[in-house]
Design a protein. Structure first.
Length: 84
C-alpha cells in the first residue's frame, strides 16, 4: 500500500481533469464513510433511548424531575407569554 506522500506525489502528476475526477471520487468515499459512521452512532443512541424508555427506574426519575420543575416551568411559560 502506498504511503500518503507517494499518493500525493502521484496525484500531483495527474492532469487537472484527472485531479478533479480524483477529488470527486475521494469526496464520495469520505461522504459514504461519514454517513456510515453517523448511522452507526445514531443506531447506538436510538438503542440507548429505547432502553431508557423501558427502564422503570428511569421513568420514576423523569416523573420526579417533572414534579420538581413544574413550578419553574409554569413561571417561565407565563413570563414568555406576558408582554414586555
Amino acid at each position: 500500500m502506498s504511503t500518503y506522500s507517494e499518493v500525493l506525489s502521484q496525484a500531483q502528476s495527474l492532469t487537472l481533469e484527472e485531479q478533479q475526477q480524483l477529488l470527486e471520487v475521494l469526496s464520495a468515499l469520505v461522504r459514504d464513510r461519514v454517513t456510515t459512521q453517523t448511522q452507526g452512532k445514531r443506531s447506538e443512541i436510538d438503542a440507548a433511548l429505547i432502553e431508557m424508555a423501558q427502564d422503570p427506574e428511569y421513568q420514576a426519575q423523569v416523573l420526579q424531575m417533572e414534579a420538581e420543575f413544574a413550578a419553574a416551568s409554569w413561571e417561565a411559560l407565563q413570563l414568555g407569554e406576558s408582554p414586555v
